[in-house]
Design a protein around this ligand. Structure first.
Ligand SMILES: CC(C)(COP(=O)(O)OP(=O)(O)OC[C@H]1O[C@@H](n2cnc3c(N)ncnc32)[C@H](O)[C@@H]1OP(=O)(O)O)[C@@H](O)C(=O)NCCC(=O)NCCS
Length: 199
């Protein structure tokens, strides 16, 4: 597996001391911080980002602040760890883990529309997964993507995640005919998937 520009080492974005060290040359993940809230508000308000996620649309005027404060509480409770994706010091999206229970968690990610198609999603999801297994000591990670969300599914497959099924989403915001595809990976699978020459 080749991650262009991806360093084999990682840092713990959950520790203040390390929080400014990028994982890649220009793109890294960092603990979600107050400084990200304004840009988060702008990028999360985009209908194109909401279309394939559970982000509300229209996005509330205080949506980013409420989300930031909720994530602070969840982080303290150990139920979620969400990271800002920064490129050249700019907030460009979010990735991280939700619903953490007994070493299992859901991986989620989104990239602001102006930044799509440049490898940021793949890079950030890989960084998050590494942090999840190396620092959060997760045992298993799962994710779901709409069947027609080609970019997201490609990212999950490149991570070495295994397709384990699909289900109807039952949500009115997405077409009923398009199922959610589920992917999973455990610690051993992740180690195996990243042991390649550049992993
Ligand atoms: C899905 C999303 C995260 C992709 O982020 P991105 O930074 O544009 O993706 P990347 O540039 O890293 O591309 C990763 C791979 O997917 C492919 N890809 C990305 N968008 C694609 C698209 N719309 N159609 C087809 N392939 C696509 C890329 O070609 C690349 O393939 P490769 O591995 O063969 O090179 C981004 O489009 C997004 O945030 N969408 C809205 C929110 C969302 O759907 N989040 C995921 C919810 S499960």
């Amino acid at each position: 597996m080749v991650w262009t520009g991806y360093r084999t080492h990682t840092v713990n974005p959950d520790e203040d001391e390390e929080a400014r060290r990028p994982i890649a040359e220009s793109c890294g993940i960092y603990r979600l911080h107050e400084r990200h809230v304004d840009a988060l508000q702008v990028l999360a308000s985009d209908a194109a980002v909401a279309a394939t996620t559970r982000i509300p649309h229209p996005y509330p005027a205080d949506g980013a602040r409420v989300f930031f404060e909720l994530m602070q509480r969840e982080r303290e409770a150990g139920t979620a760890h969400v990271f800002a994706i920064e490129e050249d010091g700019r907030f460009v999206g979010l990735c991280g883990f939700h619903g953490i229970v007994a070493g299992r968690a859901e991986l989620g990610f989104w990239v602001g529309r102006p930044f799509w198609g440049r490898g940021i999603g793949a890079h950030a999801a890989a960084a998050a997964l590494r942090v999840g297994f190396d620092y959060l000591r997760l045992e298993q990670v799962w994710a779901e993507a709409l069947a027609d969300n080609v970019g997201s599914r490609r990212i999950l497959e490149r991570l070495g995640m295994r397709r384990t099924g699909e289900r109807a989403h039952g949500s009115e915001r997405w077409p009923a005919a398009v199922p959610l595809v589920r992917y999973e990976i455990d610690r051993a699978g992740f180690a195996g998937a990243t042991n390649g020459p550049s992993g």
